[in-house]
Design a protein. Structure first.
Length: 223
């Protein structure tokens, strides 16, 4: 390689590295003053997309999941969480926050974007459920194939404006919402998914994987 070509190569590498650092810094969100144990309303930091909640939003008992739609363990936890949150919906509130682990799940962030885009048309929970229930179908498809799956699911769950849904997957507000959730996850020490908190206390996998143990924890919290 000539000296001129070497200089060009070094300059390009420096520019690319600088761009990556810039993007990394840009994705950092300061949530140090955010109360992550409560329902977070729409605000400028989260793209004006509030926490997604199910159940009694006035309850003092709060169950939070930091989840990854492509994560097999999250898929495994989903049926129990769905059953228990339905059972206790009058006495407890459930919050889902995005925590896509993109290093190992290349379709996870796009799936979060699909859920958020569906949420902009009042179909977040329907897409949430469908993504977990159909994870075996879309989870490991090539990245250029995943949109057709998400579009199909959007149609199935009754999203009215499909073109808006596809466009909304890429808007800044949805990107901000996912970054905000990720920042909350870093704040509370999420290292894997699902990370499940009940009134701020982490529920270990040997508990959330057992319906009886999980239910007993909820009962204790409600007392």
């Amino acid at each position: 390689m000539s000296k001129k070509m070497w200089i060009i190569f070094v300059v390009v590498c420096v520019v690319l590295l600088g761009g990556l650092v810039f993007l990394s810094r840009g994705s950092q969100v300061d949530v140090s003053n955010v109360n992550d144990l409560k329902i977070i309303p729409a605000n400028a930091q989260n793209g004006n997309i509030a926490d997604h909640t199910f159940g009694n939003t006035d309850s003092k008992v709060v169950l939070i999941e930091y989840g990854d739609f492509q994560c097999p363990a999250c898929q495994s936890a989903y049926p129990t969480i769905k059953e228990l949150t339905e059972e206790y919906k009058d006495r407890m509130v459930f919050i889902f926050r995005n925590n896509p682990l993109t290093a190992i799940h290349p379709n996870a962030r796009a799936a979060s974007a699909a859920a958020e885009a569906a949420g902009l048309q009042e179909k977040f929970w329907e897409m949430h459920d469908t993504l977990y229930e159909q994870q075996d179908a879309w989870g490991n498809v090539a990245t250029d194939k995943r949109l057709s799956f998400f579009e199909g699911y959007a149609k199935q769950i009754g999203v009215k404006d499909i073109e808006k849904f596809k466009a909304d997957m890429n808007i800044q507000a949805v990107n901000d919402k996912i970054n905000f959730d990720l920042a909350l996850g870093r704040k509370v020490g999420v290292t894997g998914t699902p990370t499940i908190l009940l009134d701020g206390q982490k529920i270990e996998s040997d508990t959330w994987s057992s319906k009886d143990k999980f239910k007993a924890k909820i009962e204790d919290a409600l007392k």
